[in-house]
Design a binder for this molecule. Structure first.
Ligand code: CMX
Length: 464
């Protein structure tokens, strides 16, 4: 694909340069797997110019209208953020730099022929906008391995917390405890020019992404297992090493982890974790601080904690009705949940209006690898029943399942049974999206975020 993008670039240049220059450019580009920083350094000035031109030509034009409902209703439907790495279509779902999940599954390099994509490939795609070559993915994988070792103090920091501290709290504390290594904070205190902010931001982002699997595994092993840690396997890729360090080595479990870590990376900019990180980073808080802030948001039950909630909910169904309840029994259970004033976890979305493609690809995986698993069958039964019930409420805008409705049963199947840990796995993946955008936010010089708020008094007077 690097070859393709080179050819595209060549085609666009034929009109303005002579053949020798092209051939030289083609030779250089096709013979090397250009490194990540090099590719970014080439792209950033183009994108800075693009944004400048966009502002100049269209800066004063309206993007949409804002109603009082939007102001009161969690800013739903307001277009108010620039987020380059991914875009969410209500009907079609997420596209990473223009590529859908099935397209990524086809285009991104995998650990084995026809296997799930390596998240390192998606990291490259999100950062550069280009599908990487196998060599580039391998290079990035090695780069992450070289940065993966956690500083020695982290274990002690986590050990000081009460034993029953939720894994997501341990995760945010662990991330914050990595902050003293921030290259951005150091460079800022030494007076770095704003034109160079993206460089230490990239440095911090790669280090943090590299260290998250070891942090997650440390939390997992100390919270649920004997506390004995498992060393990374230098032969494994980033996601497989996460599973390995947690204590799971079944090749299918490694594939699941690669899929899981790829699909949870990014979901455009307005969701709670992405938006929180974005606003915090806009104050020039470094990637450790801004990502930790985002993870505090991911830990909420209406956002990332929903995967944990789904499992708890399915367990109560199993306890009450067994693993093969009738559709009528399931329907009654869903109504009982709603009548007790709770949400049905894993269903609904603020933007999506169709089944989440992240749910669909996990279902595909389950149909291939665990079609007869009773918990998978239970999830499938809910898929048949829940949307109809939610539609009957007349108020739920999206009755279809989201990513969190499915992930837990897959993890359970491979032995990762501790559902309180699931959001940590989500968080490890989310770093790839949030931090990639963070690099671009600094490269594009996006300003401090500061929307206007109003009181009820202001709205009442305005419309009186
Ligand atoms: N179960 C019950 N009620 C639901 C519902 C669900 N799954 N989804 C929406 N509703 C309700 C809302 O609570 C709201 O009710 P009120 O008017 O009484 O407050 C009404 O339907 C309208 O809400 P909406 O516009 O359809 O949805 P929102 O954009 O406000 O909320 C979300 C989106 C995800 C928070 C909501 O659908 C929900 O609570 N789902 C369950 C939790 C969940 O799965 N979260 C994970 C989302 C994916 C992720 O971020 O990881």
């Amino acid at each position: 694909m690097r070859g393709l993008s080179v050819l595209r670039t060549l085609a666009s240049r034929t009109a303005r340069a002579d053949a020798d220059v092209f051939l030289d450019y083609a030779r250089r580009s096709l013979s090397t797997d250009a490194g990540l920083k090099e590719v970014l350094a080439e792209k950033i000035p183009e994108q800075q110019e693009r944004l400048k031109a966009l502002k100049k030509a269209h800066g004063g034009k309206e993007v949409g209208k804002i109603t009082a409902d939007m102001v009161i209703g969690g800013m739903r439907g307001i277009t108010g953020l620039l987020w380059e790495t991914s875009l969410l279509d209500p009907e079609e779902g997420i596209r990473f730099r223009g590529y859908s999940i099935p397209e990524c599954q086809k285009l991104l390099p995998a650990a084995q022929q026809g296997g799930e994509p390596l998240p390192e490939g998606l990291l490259w795609l999100l950062l550069t906008g280009e599908v990487p070559t196998e060599g580039q993915v391998k290079g990035l994988s090695e780069e992450l391995k070289a940065r993966a070792k956690l500083p020695g103090h982290v274990k002690g920091v986590l050990a000081a917390l009460p034993r029953d501290t939720h894994p997501m709290v341990q995760f945010t504390v662990g991330i914050s405890s990595l902050q003293p290594q921030s290259a951005f904070a150091k460079a800022y205190s030494e007076g770095i020019s704003k034109l160079k902010y993206w460089e230490p931001t990239l440095e911090d982002s790669l280090t943090l992404i590299a260290q998250l699997p070891e942090l997650a595994a440390l939390i997992y092993r100390t919270t649920y297992k004997s506390g004995e840690l498992i060393a990374a396997d230098p032969k494994l890729d980033w996601a497989a090493n996460l599973a390995h360090m947690m204590g799971f080595n079944d090749p299918d479990a490694l594939e699941l982890m690669r899929l899981y870590q790829t699909i949870h990376t990014d979901h455009e900019g307005g969701n709670v974790s992405a938006h929180t990180s974005h606003v915090v980073a806009s104050a020039l808080s470094d990637p450790y601080l801004s990502f930790a802030a985002g993870m505090c948001g991911l830990a909420g039950p209406l956002h990332g904690l929903a995967n944990q909630e789904v499992l708890g909910w399915l367990f109560s169904v199993r306890k009450q009705l067994g693993t093969d309840p009738s559709k009528d029994e399931v329907e009654k259970f869903v109504w009982d949940t709603l009548k007790s004033g709770k949400v049905v976890p894993g269903y609904g979305h603020a933007v999506l209006r169709k089944t989440d493609p992240r749910y669909a690809c996990q279902r595909e995986f389950a149909l291939k690898k665990l079609p007869d698993d009773p918990m998978f069958k239970l999830v499938s039964k809910f898929f048949e029943v829940v949307p109809g019930v939610l539609l009957q409420t007349g108020k739920v805008k999206n009755p279809w399942p989201n990513v969190d409705a499915h992930s837990g049963v897959l993890l359970q199947y491979y032995g990762i049974t501790e559902q309180n840990f699931y959001t940590v796995l989500f968080g490890v993946s989310r770093a790839i999206g949030i931090l990639s955008q963070g690099v671009w936010s600094r490269a594009l010089g996006l300003p401090i975020e500061r929307p206007k708020s109003v009181t009820m008094d202001v709205l009442e007077k305005k419309f009186a």
